[in-house]
Write a protein that binds this ligand. Structure first.
Ligand code: TNX
Length: 530
């Protein structure tokens, strides 16, 4: 990681009542901005407020975007679409560099601080706002920051007649880890494409840049595979949800549409096909995937660890290759997750045999393999990324892989599992990894959590959300918010820029924003919601 400049740390001359100024005079002064430059999740790397440089949006504000860049223009269009309903302003997007008027400029290329591929510099001055980045992705991150610097009402879908002021100053920002993920489990309960898109819109605001989709498990198979067509018609058919809900699966067209939608929010889809365990849906659909050639009965209970593909059968590898090939072809992103967790019905030797044959298939079809941390029991090429989900802080296999050069995604279940209950009274969720209140999700450091896995071996962090108990988007939102922003901040912000007091105050301010957007969230008693 590059050296960070130390910047002016602290805040808000605007909020201070300066001695010598009579209170009455202070009251009649123009109101300052509702927000402070530091009121952002994830906390930016560097903040330098300037209370004399607030910018107020107006009916003539234009969004100027980098000349000749269609991508910058589409980020500008996204910003305009976010701001138009509540402000009622026209906010034309202009990529011609002709009009000069007051505005918000989204510029690509050098000219700002060195912020890497994902970072941005945001300058708020009286005359206008400029976001500079090396990539459209960086501009998008800057736009999310800008959005949070406006009053909560900006998130409403009806127009308010009021002032829209952004606090003045400069933010220079880039992520601590390049990978910041969330996961949805479509297998235990299918989630409709529109629900997934809605989740994408929410997590993008916190600079999450990957969405891992858990597409197959014992209960259901949720992605169309043309060479094994009954996986979806039967394996994803009626009654395949945990409580007998269903059918549900993504056609290839729906999956591709989701990939494109996510891409428009700079989120990469990471598909997961879980093998060699968690395969009951496939094995109840196709008899030849069982060693005895007899299809197992379908199951919708929430037991784990009972299913295994037949390791000695060539059909298993034809199946694995067909599935990996078709999913890889559909997926423009660089990663493909092959699960590998809780294969308790597969012997250790068989597990290694399976991984020795299947991991190279992921590479054959052009993808980098992810697997749950059990994959570290196999002989791992250094390109493979184990995703650490265990609750222990020691794991010899993972430490050994890291010593050989593998990187790890950190998802310790007792910190990042969004399906764990908040407290005993949480109506949804499980509690095998413990109860996870907001502060538990926030107060840990992925750079020193797991023995033998230091900062430089951490590829990123991810917050999985398993769906045994979750059906609707409301359910998903209730479990994800407000813990998802905690994980997002851990993944983005420098460790030294974050602390619970500050986070809990900034999180409180997200409450009204979720309310404006109609997002369900858990009103944790740890937070002083306004
Ligand atoms: C463990 S974590 C699982 C999932 C369950 C989850 C429930 C992991 C890799 N496997 O199969 O859905 O717990 O919290």
């Amino acid at each position: 990681m590059r050296q960070r400049r130390t910047f002016i740390g602290l805040l808000t001359a605007t909020a201070l009542c300066l001695p010598g100024i009579p209170a009455a005079a202070a009251q009649t002064a123009a109101p300052g901005p509702e927000r402070q430059l530091s009121d952002v999740i994830p906390a930016p790397a560097q903040i330098a407020p300037n209370s004399k440089a607030d910018f107020t949006l107006g009916p003539h504000t234009t969004i100027h975007t980098q000349l000749g860049s269609a991508e910058a223009e589409s980020v500008g269009t996204y910003l305009a679409e976010v701001l138009r309903p509540a402000t009622g302003f026209e906010l034309p997007v202009d990529s011609s560099a002709r009009s000069k008027g007051p505005g918000i400029s989204l510029l690509l290329g050098k000219g700002g601080a060195d912020v890497g591929e994902q970072g941005y510099q945001l300058d708020v001055a009286k005359s206008g706002i400029t976001v500079r980045a090396e990539t459209p992705e960086g501009l998008f991150a800057g736009v999310q920051t800008l959005r949070q610097l406006l009053p909560a009402q900006v998130e409403a879908d009806q127009t308010f007649s009021r002032t829209w002021t952004v606090p003045g100053g400069r933010i220079v920002d880039e992520p601590r880890f390049e990978y910041r993920g969330a996961m949805l489990d479509l297998a235990r309960h299918f989630h409709e494409p529109d629900e997934i898109k809605s989740y994408i819109d929410e997590i993008a605001q916190f600079k999450i840049n990957h969405l891992h989709l858990h597409l197959s498990d014992d209960q259901g198979w949720r992605i169309e595979i043309e060479s094994w067509p009954e996986l979806t018609t039967v394996g994803g058919g009626p009654g395949t949800g945990v409580d007998g809900e269903g059918p549900g699966f993504l056609t290839k067209a729906e999956y591709s549409d989701l990939v494109a939608y996510a891409e428009s929010r700079f989120i990469t889809i990471v598909p997961e096909i879980d093998m060699p365990g968690h395969t009951n849906a496939a094995q109840s659909t196709y008899a030849e995937l069982n060693c005895d050639g007899v299809a197992v009965p379908p199951r919708t209970d929430i037991e784990v660890g009972y299913s295994s593909l037949c390791i000695d059968s060539e059909v298993t590898y034809r199946f694995a290759e067909d599935v990996i090939r078709e999913v890889a072809e559909l997926t423009p992103g660089p990663y493909l997750h092959i699960g590998g967790d809780e294969a308790h019905a597969t012997s250790e030797e068989d597990y290694r045999t399976f991984m020795d044959r299947v991991l190279p298939l992921v590479e054959k079809y052009g993808k980098r393999a992810f697997g749950w941390n059990e994959v570290a029991q196999a002989d791992l090429p250094t390109s493979v990324v184990p995703q650490y989900w265990s609750t222990e802080t020691e794991n010899a296999d993972v430490a050994e892989a890291v010593a050989k050069g593998n990187q790890v995604i950190m998802s310790p279940a007792n910190k990042t599992y969004l399906d764990m209950k908040y407290d005993e009274s949480t109506p949804l969720g499980l509690q095998w990894a413990g109860l996870i209140e907001v502060r538990d999700a926030y107060d840990w450091d992925p750079g020193n959590h797991l023995q033998g896995v230091g900062e430089e071996s951490v590829f990123g962090v991810e917050a999985p959300l398993w769906s045994e108990t979750l059906r609707t988007l409301d359910d998903i939102e209730f479990m994800a918010f407000p813990r998802l922003p905690a994980i997002a901040e851990i993944g983005w912000s420098p460790q030294e820029a974050r602390d619970w007091e500050s986070f809990s105050q900034r999180l409180a301010e997200q409450g009204p924003r979720w309310e404006e957007r109609g997002v369900n969230f858990y009103r944790s008693p740890q937070i002083n919601w306004p």
